[in-house]
Design a protein around this ligand. Sequence first.
Ligand code: PHE
Length: 354
Amino acid sequence: MDDLRDKYVSLIAAASDESTLEDLRVQAVGKKGEISLQMRQLGKMSPEERQTAGPMLNALRDEINSALAAKKTALGDAALDERLRGEWLDVTLPGRQRPAGTIHPISQVTDEVTAILADLGFAVAEGPQIESDWYNFDALNIPGHHPARAEMDTFYTHRAEGDDRPPHVLRTHTSPVQIRHMEAHGAPCRIICPGRVYRADYDQTHTPMFNQVEGLAIDKDISMANLKWTLEEFFSVFFGTEVKTRFRASHFPFTEPSAEVDIQCRWENGSVKVGEGDDWLEVLGSGMVHPKVLQAGGIDPAEWQGFAFGMGIDRMAMLKYGIPDLRAFFDSDLRWLRHYGFASLDQPNLATGF
Ligand code: PHE
């Protein structure tokens, strides 16, 4: 027994991995292991011999088992130490920079406008940017000879020689979406249509492509009062302060009566503060939808009426975020985008505020 003990104690001490250790366990105390075989001999012994050999064998088996267990733990600890040494990591190192883009102010303001008006019950509608002249003009009560066609600095597409259909246009406003929506969904309705529009014009406050949002509400008893309330509510939430509006009589072929809407503001060292002072800034066109426009959209003007407005999104972004030059919106200058852009998690909504 002493030989067996010496042999296994030194083999276990020398084992360098868990599979060697497992082999040793089988050899010593497994079913056919050396110690187990010895224990099986107990039956053949005389009772006296058994009385001394039995407890000694049991003690030997227990000793080997605990030597195996201790070695197993030691091997596990050593493996863990080894891994910790290999996978060591300096958590005090500065993080790696990841380039992150920003949300363009136009996208941000479009989302803001949409969230506010959605809360007032307006759904979003869309239409194509290349329009037939019927949707862009005729259906909106702007016939061929009308001066408004010339005023809008329209971009026309090319027609093949001999094709004398009127050319398509790049839409000059979002108003054609009014007609498309009326045709497809009828009345009543409450929609807004944000999107790109085009006019051949270029200076500090005009670019050949810019963004508008159209509003249209049609029902049986809608009046200018609903229009005024909707716009004042909108501006106050958008600018985060109560904003007075001023309606000036105006003319659009597609609304009657028509009003240009100014918001209250104050000028200070060349920059403008909205919602204070007693200056006014023109921000949109609006009015009651002209009966001929309802008719063009397939809606009976004897039964229905509504208001419409069209607002420049870019201008709203310039006013709210103090951006002085419209042209910079479309220059894709990374320094400008990093400065005026928004974090992608800065999602505008009613709960977080605007
Ligand atoms: N479509 C007009 C424009 O672009 C704005 C407008 C829309 C005016 C709806 C009245 C009603 O100038």
